[in-house]
Ligand binder design. Sequence first.
Ligand code: FES
Length: 156
Amino acid sequence: MFTFSESSEKQIEKIMKKYPVKRSAILPLLALAQRQDGYITPEAMVEIGKRIDCSPAYVQSVCSFYTMFYTKPVGKYVIQFCINISCHLLGCDDLLEYTANKLNIKVGETTADNKITLLKEECLAECSAAPVMRLNDTYHTNLTREKIDQILDSLD
Ligand code: FES
């Protein structure tokens, strides 16, 4: 069973006041559920559906459309590597493989200590600074192997 925490409930109250059409609050509610548990469980989708008068299937369909929502557990840090054209032309494939080897995981996997999840992503809309990756909510641009080393070493 999923329940929103007390502090999430306070935020939901504020969120719902902003949206005269309840279903329009779906993205902030999904973000809130993910912030609370790290990913969005089927039970959370049911609860969100109740809050916005939509079916769990509708919530799931929206959730699965956006790659920033996770439907299974992820690491404390999630690295999303852009693999689209600008990043591709500037070597993202090599950097992604380099990162996967360094973490000793495959793309789509999480390290054994549950610290880092490595994912592929479509264009992150920062093409002029390719290659690009998002690390949780932070973008890292003009990536090189050296930069990746520094970024990974900085994670606690
Ligand atoms: S192609 Fe990588 S950010 Fe756009």
